[in-house]
Design a protein around this ligand. Sequence first.
Ligand SMILES: Cc1cc2nc3c(=O)[nH]c(=O)nc-3n(C[C@H](O)[C@H](O)[C@H](O)COP(=O)(O)OP(=O)(O)OC[C@H]3O[C@@H](n4cnc5c(N)ncnc54)[C@H](O)[C@@H]3O)c2cc1C
Length: 378
Amino acid sequence: MSSESAVSTSPLNAPSLNTSLLNIGIAGGGLLGRLCAWRLARAGYSVTVFEAETFEQPRGACWTAAGMISPLSELVHSPREVYDKGLQSLAIWPRWLKQLEETQHQTMHFRHAGSLVVAHPQDQAELEQFYLDLKHKLANEEANGRPGLEELVDPLNHIGIRTLEPALSHFDHALFLKPEGDLNNRRILHGLLADLKRLNVTLVPKTKVRCEPNLIIDDQEQTHRFDLVLDTRGLGAKPQLEGLRGVRGEVLNVESHDVVLNRPIRLMHPRYKLYVAPKPNNHFVIGATEIESSDMSPMSVQSCLELSSALYTVHPAFAEARIVEQSVNCRPAMLDNLPVVNVEDGLIQANGLYRHGYLLSPVVVNQVLAEIDPALVD
Ligand SMILES: Cc1cc2nc3c(=O)[nH]c(=O)nc-3n(C[C@H](O)[C@H](O)[C@H](O)COP(=O)(O)OP(=O)(O)OC[C@H]3O[C@@H](n4cnc5c(N)ncnc54)[C@H](O)[C@@H]3O)c2cc1C
């Protein structure tokens, strides 16, 4: 691993597990587990996935997530590596989803249409500061032959906003973050599941497991032996992964036939930052709180009030939106909020995707695959 990677590998310089067509056991059928299983099964490996809940509606963070792929938005608050790896993932997703669409004969709703950052007139300073932060972080890009601020970010007045997002023409200023994308995460999780079945992956639902090198031990204390075990249990790996913590996130899923948005929107606000991620069928994911806690209990009244009040200020027609779901989950995070891939003989732990699961998973999955056989990396 190069030192510039967002993904830390421990122990460093672990030997590659380059063995042909291993029998692989995967603990956790969330985002990482599914993607790893899919890439491996496509390459002809024999794969078994153990999932604590059902595969149809996993309880992992992957199901709750908004599915935004936001390297620029994340650059302001995250280490530089998240941006670099996020851009790499943005290039991988369309390729992988095309493969999935070809076998599943349906669109996976990947959208590469940028995102819009808006602020109310009294909060313009927030928008300006966001722009200045990006300017600072991207200061040397052009000198290094990479796209700079001007190529990546368009400051818009209300005419520019009306052209891109007519529903938001009441805002005077916005930033258009051009490289960002988003995807329909639940559609993709279902698509991956269908493809795992097509590829004869053994799926073991409702089975809580723990991992040891070459072994997956289920909740009946039955031991399942594999050539290699991948531990992708997200927060479920906490007892076995030192430093892993949960960061609670609450989202509302609303339905509105009165507001049309073409891309994710972020509202800058001194207290109530908010995103609105449009989904098919007039649904919108509204989020998200970020609370240092592994508490998975239902959404608090305060969070519901703050999210819905801020949503109402994005567009008053959201007042009549119907709340179709309130969802709570915990982002699996390490202390530095960066992913970790730990490699030892017979066991690879991949975890800590924090709020960057969709942003970074293709790169992290490729790193896991590289440990098995570099030829698997795509
Ligand atoms: C509110 C919210 C919004 C988010 N929005 C975004 C976003 O817009 N963009 C983005 O990039 N990321 C987002 N994320 C982050 C993203 O969802 C996570 O980073 C990602 O899901 C982590 O993937 P994972 O596979 O490691 O864990 P998970 O997706 O949590 O999957 C872990 C799986 O392991 C299973 N499991 C747990 N314990 C066991 C056990 N003992 N035995 C068997 N199975 C077990 C779980 O049931 C689960 O299915 C968001 C997260 C939250 C909570």
